[in-house]
Design a protein. Structure first.
Length: 191
């Protein structure tokens, strides 16, 4: 993946840096663990990246498909986030737009993401400015004020999500299991 900003670069997440990627992700989202998503992505070919500003890792971003919830033309934004000291500089918007460009280059027709309006208020303002549609998601985790955003990658109008199931309970179970594995591997690496 290439950036429109010469100071930003993307390093694919692989076996050599997946623990680093997860530690960054956990700093951004301390109550969720992306380790399992990163490993699954490596196995199925979905692209995830560590975001670097010059030589400093400052975030993660990625794309994933999920045939259980959407069609083959849809790609989802995964584990997108920038560490707090680097927010408010336009880096997040650049990374989001670069990630969308990567989705276009891979031939997808629809780009989607889900988030929490309660926990990610600043990100929602960015999504409101970049995405075609933002809608409330009320089937799961209502206390987090979930939102689904959609963008057409073909120049047309994106189809709304219409509150279809995201199966977030399954995702949370997978995160919990992967967190235990991440802790085990991190401890082994430090020995």
């Amino acid at each position: 993946m290439q950036s429109t900003n010469k100071d930003i670069r993307y390093i694919p997440i692989d076996e050599t840096n997946v623990l680093l990627a997860t530690s960054i992700q956990l700093e951004i989202f301390p109550d969720m663990c992306g380790y399992g998503s990163f490993v699954k992505a490596m196995q199925c070919g979905d692209p995830y990246f560590i975001v670097y500003l010059d030589d400093t890792p400052i975030g993660t971003t990625g794309l994933y498909t999920d045939p259980d919830i959407s069609d083959s033309g849809t790609i989802w934004l995964g584990w997108y986030g920038i560490l707090a000291p680097y927010r408010g500089r336009g880096i997040g918007k650049t990374v989001l737009l670069d990630t969308i460009a990567e989705a276009v280059s891979r031939g997808y027709t629809t780009f989607r993401l889900y988030t929490s309006a309660l926990l990610c208020e600043a990100a929602c303002k960015l999504y409101d400015s970049v995405m075609d549609i933002g809608e409330e998601y009320t089937l799961e985790e209502r206390h987090l004020q979930r939102r689904v955003y959609s963008k057409s990658l073909t120049g047309g109008k994106a189809d709304a999500w219409h509150d279809r199931p995201l199966r977030l309970d399954k995702a949370r179970e997978e995160e919990q299991a992967s967190y235990a594995e991440y802790l085990r591997l991190s401890a082994a690496q430090q020995k």
